[in-house]
Design a binder for this molecule. Structure first.
Ligand code: ATP
Ligand code: MG
Length: 278
């Protein structure tokens, strides 16, 4: 897959729980890393699901994104190699991060902490082309930190009833962050997940999303697949767990679409349409 013209930092966000944020983060990251680009995943969810799926230690006491947000350590000290690929690194989240949402409130530059930790120098040192930030299911300070640290937002949407509920709130938060803290932030990518071709509903959600978001929605849709949901139980991505499965192949296709867009992007990384005015 082509390396991007410029390093890309994507925040994977949706305050709705269980829509496939973590699954998409780890599998897209693994697909890119297995096809020639170096990727860093930042696990910004105290649940630590991305760390688990990438086979990275995240017991309490492990150097993690928490200490990096507090400025106690450099992100370099927390970045650990994933078992998924030698070109995939992960900054794990430990349970300590659960307190960060409240601890950050009283801190100086509380919205900029992750951006400061993900400095160009640190990312140069890690030699990464892509950074994916996996957000918790909320719009709190952790997610705001992720939105400030990235230029692009990737929103996974589950092909289910109520899928679009709450999306307006996410988009207006993105608008707020763009106007006050991070002018280059934009929704570059929408990924439809857990698509079940047997249901009419899945097609309805898909066409509604395409109507609203046009080309920002990837053509590839991730099917609902047991293999995808089993993989984290073995501390693996689905690409490692069952490379030939439909779930694995669809994540590779989605990653390729993302990479091809990245290769066409100009400085500032704005190939995707804007979502203002929704
Ligand atoms: P949270 O909001 O709790 O962080 P999330 O948005 O990160 O959740 P995931 O953890 O990625 O969502 O997925 C939720 C559940 O759905 C998990 O059990 C996961 O294994 C399962 N799942 C995700 N994608 C698929 C898929 N394509 N097919 C089947 N199961 C899936
Ligand atoms: Mg998650």
């Amino acid at each position: 897959m082509p390396r991007p013209a410029h390093r890309r930092v994507l925040t994977v966000a949706n305050q709705k729980g269980g829509v496939g944020k973590t699954t998409s983060t780890v599998n897209l990251a693994a697909a890119l890393a297995l096809h020639g680009v170096r990727v860093l995943v930042v696990d910004l969810d105290p649940q630590g699901n991305a760390s688990t799926a990438l086979g990275v230690e995240h017991r309490a006491g492990t150097p993690s994104v928490y200490e990096a947000l507090l400025g106690e350590i450099s992100l370099l000290e927390a970045a650990a190699p994933s078992t998924a690929s030698p070109d995939l690194l992960c900054v794990p989240a430990t349970i300590d991060l659960a307190g960060a949402e409240i601890e950050l409130v009283s801190m100086v530059a509380r919205e900029q902490r992750l951006k400061q930790a993900l400095s160009p120098e640190v990312l140069d040192e890690l030699r990464v082309d892509y950074v994916f930030i996996d957000c918790p299911p909320s719009l709190g300070l952790l997610t705001v930190n992720a939105l400030v640290a990235a230029e692009e937002v990737l929103i996974p949407i589950q092909c289910e009833y109520y899928a679009l509920e709450g999306l307006g709130q996410l988009l207006s938060n993105i608008d707020l962050v763009r106007s006050h803290l991070n002018p280059r932030l934009h929704v570059s990518t929408i990924l439809l997940t857990m698509y079940d071709g047997r249901t009419k509903l899945a097609d309805q959600v898909t066409s509604e999303v395409r109507q609203h978001f046009g080309n920002v929605a990837l053509r590839t849709v991730i099917p609902r697949s047991v293999k995808v949901s089993e993989a984290p139980g073995y501390s693996q991505t689905v690409l490692a767990y069952d490379p030939g499965s439909r779930g694995s192949m669809s994540y590779v296709d989605a990653a390729r679409e993302i990479a091809l867009r990245g290769a066409q992007m100009g400085p500032g990384g704005t190939a995707g349409a804007e979502t203002n005015g929704r």
